[in-house]
Design a protein around this ligand. Structure first.
Ligand code: HAM
Length: 417
C-alpha cells in the first residue's frame, strides 16, 4: 500500500461545502465593483521574476524570501505571482491602456503564492479580490477605492473592522526620511532586536512593525514621515480625508502604518478585523504613482487594494448560501427504464430545468428519499412500459403520465404557479 498523499503545506482544497460561500463573495464583489465601473482582468499565474523584483521591491520580505521562483526550462527566471498590482501595471503598459479613457478601473479574483510560514489565516496559496484604478492622481480615486472596499466588507458582514490610513509622500520625501530614520535607529542600535538592527540600511521602515519591546520603545520617539510631507502631498492627503469624512467613514490616521511592498506613494491604508487572530489584516492597499514607469511603461499614477478571500470568509458572520435548486429528479424501476430516464433527464436539461437522475441503483424508496434530500420540486418514477408517476413534492399530488410527457407536464405545471 502506498502512502496517502496530501495537499502541499500551506495549501487547502476548496470542498463543495465551502464553494458556495466563495461564490457568494464573488457575486457581491462583482456587483459592488462593476457597478462602479471596474472591469474584470486576469493575468497569468506566473510572470518574469523581474516584474516583482522591480515592482514589489528588492528589499521587501516578499522578494527576499517568499517568492516561488524557478527556471521555466528555457533559462528564463519566472515567479508564481505573490501579488496582483505589479502584473496589472505590466499588462497596462503592454496593452497600451494609457490610450483608453482614464482612469482604467480593473478588478480581479485570483490566487497568489507566498512562501510564508503557514498559520491560521496565512497560506502559501491564497486568493485575493483586488481593484486597481490606473491613470488618475485625483484624491477622489483614493477615496472611492477605500469606500468601495468598505462597502464590500460591510456587505459581506465582516465583523470587528478597523481602518487605518496614512500617507507616504513622494519617493524623494520617503528617501530623505529613511535616512533620518536609519540615523535614529543607529543611535539606539543597542536597544533594537537583532533582526531590526540587521536591516537598518535595507528597510528601516519595517522597524515600526516589530513587537520587540526595546524596538517599540525606540520607535515611540522615532521621526514620522507623515509630519514631513511636501505641500502637494499633504494637500492630496487632506483631500482624501475630506472626502472620506464627507462619506462618514470611520478611520484612524496611523503614521506608523507600514505596508510590506515598496511601490507605494502617498495614500496607504489597511483594514484589520478583531474577529481574526494574529493575521488580522483583511485588506490593504494604496497609491503607487511610480509603478507603471518602473515596469517600463509611461508615467502613470495608480491606486488600489486587495482583500484576502480566506480572511474575509473567516471574519464574515454569515454568507447567503443557496444550493442550486433541483427542479426534477428522474427515478425509475425496471431494467429498461434506465435508458428512458436518461432521455427524460437530457430533455429536461435542454428545456433549462435543473434535473438529476438516479445513478446509484437505489430501490424505489431509496430514490424517493434521495429526491427529498436534494430538495427536488418534482419526482418522476419511470416504469418499463413507458409510463411514469409524476409527483409534486411540495403538494404531494401524484399524476400518471407517459414518460415522454414528463418534461412538458413539469414545464406547464411550473408555468401555472
Ligand atoms: P497585501 O497587504 O500584501 O497587499 O495583501 C492584501 C491582503 O491579502 C492581505 O490584507 C491579506 O488579507 C491577504 N494575504 C496576504 N498574504 C496572505 C497569505 N499568505 N495568506 C492569506 N492571505 C494573505 C497586496 O497584495 C497589494 N497588491 C494590495 C494592493 C493592490 N495595493 C495596491 N493595489
Amino acid at each position: 500500500v502506498s502512502d496517502r498523499l496530501q495537499a502541499p503545506r500551506g495549501t487547502y482544497d476548496v470542498l463543495p461545502e465551502a464553494a458556495a460561500a466563495r461564490t457568494a463573495l464573488e457575486t457581491t464583489a462583482r456587483r459592488v465593483l462593476e457597478g462602479a465601473g471596474y472591469r474584470r482582468i486576469e493575468t497569468p499565474t506566473f510572470e518574469s521574476t523581474e516584474v516583482f523584483a522591480r515592482g514589489v521591491g528588492a528589499s521587501t520580505d516578499i522578494v527576499q524570501k517568499e517568492m516561488y521562483t524557478f527556471d521555466d526550462g528555457g533559462g528564463r527566471s519566472v515567479t508564481l505571482r505573490p501579488e496582483g498590482t505589479a502584473p496589472i501595471c505590466r499588462a497596462y503598459a503592454e496593452h497600451g491602456m494609457h490610450k483608453l479613457p482614464q482612469p482604467v478601473k480593473l478588478w480581479y479574483l485570483s490566487s497568489f503564492f507566498r512562501q510564508e510560514k503557514p498559520q491560521a489565516g496565512r497560506y502559501r496559496q491564497f486568493w485575493q479580490i483586488g481593484a486597481e484604478a490606473l491613470g488618475s492622481d485625483d484624491p477622489a480615486v483614493d477615496a472611492e477605492a477605500i469606500l468601495l472596499l468598505a462597502t464590500l466588507l460591510e456587505e459581506l458582514e465582516v465583523g470587528g473592522l478597523r481602518l487605518r490610513l496614512s500617507s507616504l509622500g513622494t519617493p524623494e520625501a520617503r528617501a530623505a526620511y529613511r535616512d533620518d530614520l536609519a540615523t535614529h535607529l543607529r543611535e539606539n542600535a543597542d536597544r533594537l532586536s537583532p533582526d531590526v538592527r540587521a536591516r537598518i540600511d535595507l528597510n528601516p521602515l519595517r522597524a515600526f512593525d516589530s513587537d520587540h519591546p526595546g524596538t517599540r520603545e525606540v520607535m515611540a520617539s522615532a521621526p514620522l514621515l507623515l509630519n514631513r510631507l511636501d505641500a502637494a502631498d499633504a494637500e492630496h492627503f487632506a483631500a482624501v480625508r475630506e472626502l472620506l469624512d464627507g462619506a462618514e467613514l470611520d478611520y484612524e490616521v496611523d503614521p506608523t502604518l507600514v505596508r510590506g511592498l515598496d511601490y507605494y506613494t502617498r495614500t496607504v491604508f489597511e483594514f484589520t478585523s478583531d474577529a481574526l487572530g494574529a493575521q488580522s489584516g483583511v485588506a490593504g492597499g494604496g497609491r503607487y504613482d511610480g509603478l507603471v514607469a518602473m515596469l517600463g511603461g509611461p508615467a502613470t499614477p495608480g491606486c488600489g487594494w486587495a482583500a484576502g478571500v480566506e480572511r474575509m470568509l473567516l471574519a464574515a458572520t454569515q454568507l447567503p448560501v443557496a444550493p442550486a435548486p433541483v427542479d426534477l429528479f428522474v427515478a425509475f424501476e425496471g431494467p429498461h427504464a434506465r435508458a428512458m430516464a436518461f432521455g427524460v433527464t437530457t430533455e429536461a436539461r435542454s428545456a433549462r430545468l435543473n434535473a438529476q437522475m438516479e445513478l446509484a441503483g437505489r430501490s424505489r424508496k431509496g430514490q424517493l428519499k434521495q429526491a427529498d434530500r436534494l430538495g427536488a420540486r418534482y419526482v418522476a418514477v419511470l416504469d418499463d412500459d413507458g409510463g411514469a408517476v409524476l409527483k409534486d413534492m411540495s403538494s404531494g399530488e401524484q399524476l400518471e403520465v407517459a414518460a415522454a410527457e414528463v418534461v412538458a407536464r413539469v414545464l406547464r405545471d411550473r408555468g401555472m404557479r
